[in-house]
Write a protein of this length. Sequence first.
Length: 260
Amino acid sequence: MIDRGHGIPIVLIPGLHGRWEWTRPAVEALARQHRVIAFSLCDERTSPFPCDPDRAFENYVSQVGLALDRAGLDRAVIAGVSYGGLIAAEFAARHPDRASALVLASALHASWVPNDEQQRYLRSPFLLSPMFVATSPGRIHPEIAAALPRFGERISFTARQGARAVMAPTSPFRMARRIAWAKSHQFADPRRVTAPALLVTGEPGLDRVLPVDVSRRYLDDLDGAEHVVLKDTGHMGILTKPDAFAGVLERFVNGARLSA
């Protein structure tokens, strides 16, 4: 578990890849003004948290509470990235007393249904992972080009993020299992969330991983939720523009109304 910085505490839950290291730029940017608690999902081999496969998605919800306990915190801002948004929203609905605020970044919604291509990956994650990797540049290049218009910036970002992927590899099997666990989970009514909520997305034309409209469904679930679009980003705004992301959260957790 990572515990960095000082100030209002924020728990940052990673995406489907499961590794906190992939979110390092956001962790470092947020830690300049806040205390940031981050971790890899509990079914990762490097995670110190328990995981019982029979409990499926419930493991991740419990892990958030355990992380708060280990940090000596009664409550914190609960922030989830992509798949981590499912975990964050569920925790905030189940434990409203422990979530001082809820932040969902390009978050997967419980109503999401995989498309045909994604279904193929989920059925044979190991066999199809080379194809997934081969087609990834076509999905993410437009976003990187928009967020980082200078060629040198793009090369530097790609090299750093590639190094993180190599040093903190993810498992196609575990990624597919996480989706299966989420699809079989009975989610709590999101209207039980009482904390102020913020939805952060990229631009619809640049997020080629998860349609922005899927994340926007949270606006119907969470009364009074605010929505901020990180300009010139898609699904990876917390990585390509971590300072902008941290700035949005800074204003939100300090009570400022944000522009939609």
